[in-house]
Design a protein around this ligand. Structure first.
Ligand code: DX5
Ligand code: ZN
Length: 218
């Protein structure tokens, strides 16, 4: 069963609690929280205080996507704030193995993310240690960008690596996912779809989430 993780990046931040409730009621499986520092990516979003406030008001698992430099400094803060899955970019550290182990040791599920231009072989010696791989299908930094078509091949290749190595690793796809392309992304091997603008810009997020999961309307 495909899971959908709405990204709050496209929510109305002045009403964050209601916006989170809106997707929870609409059938979201996870809440995707994009953390940006203005260095690793050219945008700045939220940090641990916002996440821990939301944690009191939302029962969905928190899927926290760190797009920051020096992520090792903040692992503990994000886990204490409520991250269930903590995703770090392989491009953001020279010690990915240590970082993944420290996420696991501190009690969250570790995931690694790859920018569109980063080859899959960056995962060769870390794949078996992670809960999930996030493949970026836009260049990270902003919501509402277009899906990079060439990434379908990358999703298929990652899926076949996981199958060949007989691993229990989930594939999350993030960036430009909508009702039109969800099926081919899932057919390529995705297990979890992140969707920001497609869910939040819709007057009927429940129907969008069902379409992303390829379920018939209620
Ligand atoms: C982009 C973020 C995404 C983004 C997705 O840097 O990592 O999670 O919010 O938004 P859409 O679905 O609008 O591309
Ligand atoms: Zn994201």
């Amino acid at each position: 069963m495909i899971k959908v993780a709405p990204s709050i990046l496209s929510a109305d931040f002045s009403r964050l609690q209601e916006e989170v409730k809106r997707v929870e009621d609409a059938g979201a499986d996870l809440l995707h929280i994009d953390v940006m520092d203005g260095h690793f990516v050219p945008n700045i979003t939220v940090g641990p205080p916002v996440i821990s406030s939301l944690r009191q008001r939302c029962s969905l698992p928190f899927d926290v996507h760190l797009m920051i430099e020096n992520p090792e400094r903040y692992v503990e803060d994000f886990i204490k704030a409520g991250a269930d899955i903590l995703t770090v970019h392989v491009e953001s550290t020279v010690h990915i193995n240590r970082l993944v182990q420290s996420i696991r040791d501190k009690g969250a599920l570790p995931a690694v993310a790859l920018n569109p231009g980063t080859p899959l072989n960056a995962l060769d010696y870390i794949l078996e240690d992670v809960h999930m791989v996030l493949l970026m299908t836009v260049n990270p930094g902003f919501g509402g960008q277009s899906f990079i078509k060439g990434m379908l091949k990358k999703i298929r290749e990652l899926k076949s690596l996981i199958v060949t190595r007989n691993l229990d690793v989930l594939i999350q796809v993030d960036g430009g996912i909508n009702e039109k392309n969800a099926l081919e992304v899932v057919n390529a091997g995705a297990d979890i779809l992140v969707a920001g603008s497609a869910v939040y810009n819709s007057p009927d997020p429940a129907s969008v989430i069902r379409k992303l999961k390829n379920l018939p309307p209620l």
